[in-house]
Design a protein around this ligand. Structure first.
Ligand code: GAL
Length: 670
């Protein structure tokens, strides 16, 4: 079943209203409803006193309209009676202050007392809904995040370190604690890198990120173990926050789940501009697909203007449907809109659902109902098709963590650089898998490693094997700088990647904000006349076997190599020594794709995105118009538009924010 549904909070509305909601949902074509992820106070109003009656009735009503249910475990928003019982349940922030009650996600993930409350509510829910024919599966908690710095976490961290390093001698060696006489003589002396402590030891800082991440992974596992034991046959997922979220290792969190889901809000109060940035949203989806390298769900898909205190611009007619189809194009096998009806009370009065606060269906509901009818007819044809990428980008949480305590340059952010590299591939409509650096790379023709900062021997061996057997690798600045314990490597940069890249960084120059350099391409096939700007960082390169692709234009290293290309085994490795924007990345990406023999799909107009999902010979081409004007898009070949049922020969016409799903002639009935 292609899941198409909505997040619903029946506990917010009089029960007399529920039948009308259920009817309208069914009429919108919804087959899934997510319930209860913030309903702890109604499910267990007092410790050990449970009340599932209301939820049973809501589920009966919805399943009576043929809708299935995803249940959220409600642990992200504990009721006051839980939190007021024990002050130490509250998470402590980096500044050493405890969270206070009144929002959500304020718990410490390592408190055994909170674990006890968690086990009780999850176990009761699981017992109650195990085997329920309408319950498809579970979402654990809601948007795991944050880091806790409380004394209990610090104690748990000491235990975590003991397991990892075995001895204090080993830890002191790895962290280089002789610096400033920080050599530890007892595990209890080790604290968390609190923000009041200045610039922390990099080894400590990285390990504390890893520890915090592991804490949430373990907390999730407590719930997953209960659900797996009591509810076999029902799936387990969690709703992630996308690429933008950098505090937890999402690969580790995803490992224990059946599939990944995530919450997609393309336009919020934090992105107030109305400009279209499909590349940013595409990267979010591709990253989420890459967490398990399989299709995902969007568990919360934007349903209206979004905001808490500020209201974001109203999605234009067609945009909600377009954004949802963009998710499908990038590999979503389920779309669940957040939320059904806009809340009248609470923090999210302005985070709009499909219905406004007054509860009457309007323009947004009608738009999604149209999509619901489409999904009824095309949903089954989508299932089993996947995004087939020949290009991978390596995404490293260790590197993200390391950069968070040492940004290297005020103009550099891992996320921004990564997105800029991705943007060039997206502009060329090349499908991309975003995978961890230890992933099996053998099927990819081009692999890009943006700022792959923390590199251990396993990663280096993976990249060497990939290139030597014929792959094309591209590495960008600040790669290979750190080992797995966040020490700077004891060799010329890019460290363990220097051999495969056939180059050494002779010296580097961190540029003041706003300062630019530029490069001149000297290799055949790159535009000689242009001199793309570089910024933030300049690695001055000494080729050790590599050929020079570009040289710097300015400063005392003018004329020195900035980009190199090395033959290594059957493949090639490019080293890019400077950061840049599209004027640098686009020609370089095009050149690399050609070298790697990645076919370029047809290039439609600006603001039109093309994404393919495939199953064997069957190809579904999603053509997405992100602009407010109509577009006539030339497509090579004969297709059938699954949404209109019309044949398409050479050209497809899309209205503002329009979508076509073009099936090739070889598509067979699933
Ligand atoms: C998500 C969250 C939802 C809701 C929504 C709008 O991050 O999971 O519960 O808060 O944002 O703010």
């Amino acid at each position: 079943m292609f899941a198409f549904g909505v997040d619903y909070y029946p506990e917010h509305w009089p029960e007399t209203r529920w039948p009308q909601d259920a009817r309208l949902m069914a009429e919108a074509g919804f087959n899934v409803v997510r319930l209860a992820e913030f309903a702890w106070s109604r499910l267990e109003p007092k410790e050990g006193h449970f009340n599932f009656g209301w939820l049973d009735r809501a589920i009966d009503l919805l399943s009576g309209h043929s809708m299935k249910i995803v249940l959220g475990t409600p642990t992200a928003s504990p009721p006051p009676w839980v939190m007021s019982s024990t002050p130490e349940f509250f998470l402590m922030r980096e500044d050493g202050r405890r969270a206070t009650y009144g929002h959500r996600r304020e718990y410490c993930p390592n408190h055994p007392g909170y674990h006890g409350h968690t086990r009780r509510i999850v176990q009761k829910m699981a017992e109650h809904y195990a085997g329920h024919p309408a319950v498809l599966g579970w979402q654990i908690d809601n948007e795991f995040g944050d880091r806790c710095f409380c004394p209990r976490c610090i104690e748990a961290f000491q235990g975590w370190l003991k397991e990892r390093y075995n001895s204090l001698d080993a830890l002191n060696e790895c962290w280089g604690t002789i610096f400033w006489s920080h050599e530890y003589t007892a595990w209890e002396q080790i604290s968390a890198p609190l923000s009041s402590g200045g610039q922390p030891n990099p080894g400590l800082a990285l390990d504390y990120y890893r520890f915090c991440s592991d804490s949430y992974v373990a907390y999730q596992q407590i719930q997953a173990d209960i659900l797996r034991r009591l509810c076999p046959g029902q799936f387990i997922t969690h709703n992630f926050m996308g690429f933008k979220y950098d505090q937890l290792n999402l690969y580790d969190l995803a490992a224990g789940l059946d599939f990944v889901s995530w919450d997609n809000y393309p336009r919020t109060q934090w992105t107030m501009d109305r400009s279209v940035d499909p590349a940013r949203d595409a990267l979010e989806h591709d990253t989420m697909r890459g967490l398990k390298q399989r299709p995902f769900w969007v568990m919360e898909q934007q349903a209206g203007p979004a905001g808490w205190d500020i209201v974001s611009p109203a999605p234009r007619p067609g945009q909600l449907r377009l954004w949802a189809y963009q998710a499908v194009a990038h590999g979503a096998d389920g779309i669940v809109f957040f939320r059904w009806r806009t809340a009248r009370t609470g923090s999210e009065q302005y985070w709009h659902g499909l219905l406004d606060q007054h509860g009457r269906p309007g323009r947004r509901y009608d738009e999604i109902r149209q999509m619901g009818a489409e999904i009824v007819s095309v949903g089954e044809r989508l299932l089993g098709t996947e995004v087939a990428a020949q290009v991978a980008m390596l995404h490293s949480f260790d590197s993200r963590f390391a950069f968070q305590s040492q940004a290297n340059n005020p103009g550099f952010r891992y996320e921004t650089h990564f997105a800029e590299v991705y943007r060039a591939l997206h502009a060329l409509h090349v499908p991309v898998d975003v995978v961890p650096p230890t992933a099996d790379l053998s099927e990819y023709k081009l692999v890009v490693a943006p700022a792959l900062h923390v590199v251990d021997e396993e990663i280096a061996a993976n990249l060497r094997a990939y290139v030597s057997s014929g792959g094309v690798l591209a590495v960008t600045p600040r790669s290979g700088v750190k080992d797995s314990v966040n020490r700077v490597v004891d060799m010329p940069l890019p460290g363990l990647l220097a051999g495969v890249c056939g180059v050494e960084v002779e010296e580097y120059d961190s540029l003041p904000l706003g300062d630019r350099n530029a490069v001149r391409f000297v290799a055949a096939g790159l535009p000689r006349a242009e001199s793309p700007a570089t910024e933030a960082w300049a690695d001055v390169l000494r080729p050790e076997g590599a050929e020079v692709v570009a040289t710097y234009l300015h400063d005392y290293y003018a004329g020195r190599p900035a980009i190199t290309l090395n033959k290594y085994g059957e493949g090639r490795a490019l080293y890019l020594g400077a950061f840049g924007k599209q004027d640098l990345l686009l020609p370089l990406t095009r050149w690399l794709l050609e070298m790697a023999q990645v076919p370029l799909p047809f290039a439609p107009a600006e603001d039109v995105e093309v994404v393919e999902r495939r199953r064997g010979e069957q190809s579904l081409l999603f053509v997405l118009n992100h602009s407010s004007g109509g577009q006539e898009v030339e497509v090579a070949g004969d297709f059938r538009d699954l949404l209109t049922g019309c044949d398409v020969h050479g050209v497809v016409n899309l209205g503002p924010y329009g979508v076509a799903i073009l099936e090739n002639a070889k598509g067979e009935e699933p």
